[in-house]
Ligand binder design. Structure first.
Ligand SMILES: [Zn+2]
Length: 380
């Protein structure tokens, strides 16, 4: 067993990080780990932190390893923002923390999971620390791609790229680690397009599978403008359903914890001004988090939808490539018959545009409606 076991399909990355952890001479103090969502960036970063602090360079069993992996190691800081950006105040705090010597381990490791969400000022605040880090501090910044990170940060860090793991490797991991049935694991790995976290959820959660199925079936049903408007509304409500389910309980818990910290009476009808101000700040953060979550969920739904058109194109062109939606062969075949290769490509472009617009803050429903109208099946 080693700390690298859960990092599937990333042999090259493992070799690079493992070598660095074993040989302090080749050590770099600032790393940039990039890879598509779900490829295991965060897993790689934590495994690296473990390997750096483990006396055996990542045995996967000692205290140093286990606490580094689960994020409780005293010298490993993991920053995972749920907001839309990492603010300059947060970055400054990190810099202070990173300057301390490690307390129990060999290295202090600061992992920033969404380095693409650093604001420009926050990135500036990190620069000096990245350039002249303390001897025993290692920064590990994670982002989807090299280009997502501000250039001044890129140029000061060593880049390691994770790849999309093959579906078979993801399926094997689900079977080995989570005890998922092999056939289900293979379906989930394909349907999630090798996104490990999503594959795991699809394999274990009936609702997630049902929602995905609804999205896949949507493709063949859009014939008219009213159909399109309806499909856009359905997509938006799938996103709201999913984000609502996960956030309301948590929001309430955060609120009562805050009131407790401030010594306020949760049952009081009106709160004193300083408490109200804190509540307002919390509510603002929760709203930002909900926005990001709804966007992320919608984006996943759009990737699912995109995969159906991609599969139809594969079928249409007679290419010998595995389908993402082997389980929805009927829908895929229907689309492949109803649309020409050019029309399928245009549909894929429309979905891509909707994703870009949503990322750029265009109201969700508007972006989805515009897309769905372009997805109408041609009349023949
Ligand atoms: Zn160990």
């Amino acid at each position: 067993m080693t700390v690298w076991d859960d990092l599937v399909g990333q042999q090259q990355t493992i070799e690079t990080l493992d070598r660095a952890a074993r040989d302090p001479g080749s050590m770099t103090h600032a790393w940039l780990l990039t890879g598509p969502p779900g490829s295991g960036r965060s897993t790689a970063a934590r495994a690296f932190a473990a390997a750096l602090n483990c006396p055996d360079h990542g045995c996967g069993e000692c205290r140093e390893c286990l606490t580094s992996l689960d994020g409780t190691h005293a010298d490993v800081t993991v920053v995972a923002t749920e907001g839309l950006s990492i603010r300059v105040e947060d970055a400054r705090e990190l810099v202070v923390e990173a300057a301390h010597r490690p307390s129990v381990g060999r290295y202090r490791v600061v992992i920033v999971e969404d380095a693409d969400r650093l604001t420009e000022r926050a990135a500036d605040a990190l620069l000096k620390a990245l350039e002249e880090p303390s001897e025993r501090t290692v920064w590990v910044l994670c982002a989807p791609s090299h280009e997502d990170v501000i250039i001044t940060i890129r140029s000061r860090s060593r880049h390691v790229r994770l790849r999309t793991p093959p579906p078979k490797a993801v399926a094997d991991l689900l079977v080995r680690r989570d005890g998922v049935d092999p056939a289900m694991a293979m379906y989930a790995a394909r349907a999630a397009q090798s996104h490990i976290g999503l594959a795991r959820r699809l394999a274990r959660d009936d609702d997630a599978r049902r929602r995905r199925r609804e999205v896949v079936q949507m493709s063949g049903r859009i014939r008219s403008v009213p159909d399109a408007i309806g499909a856009a509304a359905d997509l938006a409500s799938i996103a709201t359903e999913e984000s609502g389910a996960s956030s309301s309980e948590r929001d309430a818990a955060e609120r009562s914890r805050l009131l407790e910290t401030l010594g306020a009476d949760p049952a009081a009808r009106t709160q004193p001004p300083h408490v109200r101000a804190q509540i307002a700040t919390l509510e603002k953060e929760q709203k930002t988090r909900a926005t990001r979550f709804a966007r992320d969920v919608t984006d996943r739904a759009l990737i699912d939808l995109l995969s159906v058109y991609r599969d139809a194109l594969v079928v249409r062109l007679g290419a010998h490539v595995d389908l993402v939606n082997e389980d929805a062969r009927a829908e895929v075949d229907t689309l492949a018959r109803a649309m020409s290769a050019d029309e399928l490509l245009a549909a894929m472009t429309a979905i891509g545009e909707a994703r870009t617009r949503i990322e750029a803050n265009v109201p969700l429903l508007l972006a989805l409606e515009a897309m769905a109208i372009s997805l109408r099946l041609p009349r023949r």
